[in-house]
Design a protein around this ligand. Sequence first.
Ligand SMILES: [Zn+2]
Ligand SMILES: [Zn+2]
Length: 331
Amino acid sequence: MQEPRRSERLAGKAIKTDASPPKLARKRKSQQKIESKGKICSSSSSVLPLLLGAHVSIGGGLHNAVHNAIEIGATAFGLFLRSQRQWQSKPLADETVDAFTRACVQHGFEGGRAILPHGSYLLNLGSPDESTLAKSRDALVEEMTRCERLGIGLYNFHPGSTCGKISIDECIRRIAESLNLALSKTRRVVAVIENMSGQGHTIGGDFREIRRVIDLVQDKSRVGVCLDTCHAFAAGYDISCARGYDEMMDDFQKFIGFEYLRGVHLNDSKAGVGSHLDRHENIGRGKIGREGFRRIVNDVRLRGIPMILETPMTMDDEDEILLLRSLVEDQ
Ligand SMILES: [Zn+2]
Ligand SMILES: [Zn+2]
């Protein structure tokens, strides 16, 4: 059985308290964190900053996501915008919006460039079922409206699935129509389509499918793509080696274009290349491996773009961020 992902497990998890026993260890890590941060800041001024973080808990309130991000030494973060387990959710209170935006300003996350929320897993924006499609579209508008109220500029989501009941063409048409609807009901937030592993009947395992969705979106300035490393590997790009990484990036440029790249999900993969299995693993412990991630964190094309960990909680976010920072060569 698939191990629950960090994001799934965090959905209902309360935020960490400081009651965890290894206090000395935490202190040491914090010290390293500050040193690493200094290195990032002092890197070449012509290169955009490395925006590195993890999907963090919103337990106890959305604003806690910002504090949780700071706690792990992140310069970017992902979060859910509401409970993941149900279609309905309480309206976003003004006080929550105030607390979140205040925390963002206080910690330098304003403008939403480094925040990449993840849409609900319940959504299927290309669903063959009219009732699921309608519910998904309502939820999409609701979540994108939340982003705007919170000052978040990006919204990442899974494109959708044919469920084996409609053609890929029809599913792509429905996804694009969902986006056009949501973009017409919001003003600024960019809809960021995630590449998938090609598992089951999902759309987006092939970059060309994402391109076809983009082609049907009317306002191209408000659509983007999030590149998930585990999904790309499972879809067939062997990014554990330079040749496979170059192939993925060349295809991304050829089929989609880097101008659409708005986010990266940093996940190692438990499953093999081309397996089409979506099984996230901690950085360096999976089939992509540490060297694969060395290439990624040193690719200047990915600077200034939020890079978010969605790995199992068997390893601390803070440790994974430190590991990734240690692989950066231009500091
Ligand atoms: Zn995702
Ligand atoms: Zn992802």
